[in-house]
Design a protein around this ligand. Structure first.
Ligand code: GDP
Ligand code: IMO
Ligand code: MG
Length: 419
């Protein structure tokens, strides 16, 4: 058996959570491999909305095991709050497992995140301020605390030592408001509660499951353009969001990576700072934001909107080895008379379809226009797609040289067209 992968091809919020939930009956295990509570994955089941931040999106299927993998960074307070929220919805959470090597987000990581962003002023990344950057910095700097550490007798001392280091580091930044005492109290209480959760040795768990023939889906967070190495640096997150991140984040050998499913909206959005070449600033942007309810699932910030970007998607498909695409939110374009797709960039007077070293505002875009279908999509039968919608999907498949096998036509679990 091999590990299938589902990840975002743009700047996040492509609808990964919905699609993982939809696909999860085909799998025995769903495993998050990177990121942390900066993610917000929305599931709409029987009209009821749930936003997941750390827990994998297969959690509503009681017979599917959901693993928070080594590559994830965990905020104990957010995790416990999420667990309590799901229990209140009637879930047992007996199907939740946590890898011991996953790193812990401390209150002072969030404090550092906020102080660093504040000091950057106009240059800020637009972080979700969940402590992601500082936690991964401590991981690679070999200072971090891991989930398994909470079971060791000297955890409190280890915590105190790292906190003291952070407090010294905070001196380099202008002072900001942060309720460290309150946050620490909640953190330590959550750590106590975490001790009773099911912990696993991540790489053994995953590889033994593979050997037993279990079907595993790795669930990405963020999107390919937010990848620390391949995204629009420095306006990125601090983990590898691409397929390669599955190997390091779950302990899976490259040869055991199976099908890679890339998720893309039928248009494009971004939240936070940094250029996004196909961004719109006109009434089309307002329309995409209004109809698509484009407001962040984690921070509530408005998402910036634009057209789909072919050079950007080609790049993401190349880096990830995408086998098939799931196109989401095509219903958001139901009322457009016409719409566009960015098919190339102009850079220093030269046309290109490659992503330049630096993605900044000097990039101009060329677009191709499409006639809209200007009506609701009538059914979940592929043959009933309006001709203009089918034409757009054909164009994307040709340009991206990748099949679009799933088309999501609404936020609900069942609102999907299978080709
Ligand atoms: P994720 O981070 O990739 O899981 O995506 P988010 O949950 O942050 O954002 C996607 C938003 O679009 C959520 O509000 C979903 O409920 C919603 N959504 C997902 N698929 C569709 C779709 O096909 N059509 C519409 N209209 N909404 C969708
Ligand atoms: P999901 O999994 C969209 C963005 C932030 C910011 C940058 C760095 O829901 O798709 P960080 O908190 O990691 O320091 O923020 O990355 N960002 C996301 N944007 N969806 C997400 O996750 C994101 N997670 C982080 O807005 O620009
Ligand atoms: Mg999201």
């Amino acid at each position: 058996m091999k590990v299938d992968v589902l990840l975002g091809l743009q700047w996040g919020d492509e609808g990964k959570g919905k699609i993982v939930d939809y696909l999860s009956p085909n799998y025995d295990i769903i495993a998050r491999f990177q990121g942390g509570p900066n993610a917000g994955h929305t599931l709409v089941i029987n009209g009821e909305k749930t936003v997941l931040h750390i827990i994998p999106s297969g959690i509503f299927r009681e017979d599917v095991q959901n693993v928070i993998g080594n590559g994830v960074v965990i905020d104990p307070t957010i995790l416990l709050k999420e667990i309590d929220g799901l229990k209140a919805k009637g879930l047992s959470l007996n199907n939740l497992l946590i890898a011991k090597k996953a790193h812990l987000i401390l209150p002072t990581h969030r404090y550092l995140d906020a102080a660093s962003e504040n000091a950057k002023g106009k240059e800020k990344i637009g972080s979700t301020l969940k402590g992601i950057g500082p936690t991964y910095m401590d991981k690679t700097g070999r200072n971090g605390l891991r989930v398994g550490d909470i079971l060791t007798p000297n955890f409190k001392e280890k915590y105190q030592a790292l906190k003291d280091k952070h407090l010294a580091l905070l001196q380099i930044y202008p002072n900001i408001d942060f309720d460290l005492e309150g946050e620490e109290k909640a953190f330590l209480a959550s750590i106590e509660r975490m001790k009773s959760l099911q912990m696993v040795d991540g790489p053994y768990f995953i590889n033994q499951a593979l050997k037993k023939g279990k079907r595993i889906l790795a669930e990405g967070a963020q999107g390919s353009m937010l990848d620390i190495d391949y995204g629009t640096y420095p306006y990125v997150t601090s983990s590898n969001t691409v397929t390669a991140g599955v190997c390091t984040g779950l302990g899976v050998a490259p040869k055991n990576i199976g099908k890679v499913i890339g998720i893309s909206k039928a248009y494009c959005t971004r939240v936070g700072s940094g250029t996004f070449p196909s961004e719109l600033f006109d009434k089309n942007a307002e329309e995409l934001q209004r109809v698509g309810h484009e407001f962040g699932a984690t921070t509530g910030r408005p998402r910036r909107c634009g057209w789909i970007d072919i050079p950007q998607l080609k790049y993401a498909i190349m880096i990830n080895g995408v086998d098939e695409i799931c196109l989401t939110k095509i219903d958001v374009m139901n009322e457009f008379e016409t719409f566009e797709a960015v098919d190339s960039y102009e850079l220093d007077g030269q046309q290109t379809t490659q992503i330049p070293f630096e993605v900044n505002d000097s990039i101009k875009v060329n677009t191709k226009s499409f006639k809209g279908w200007n009506k609701d999509i009538p059914s979940r039968n592929h043959n009933d797609l309006p001709a203009e919608a089918a034409n757009y999907i054909n164009y994307l498949e040709q340009e991206l040289e990748t099949p679009i096998n799933l088309i999501s036509v609404g936020p609900g679990r069942e609102e999907i067209i299978i080709k």
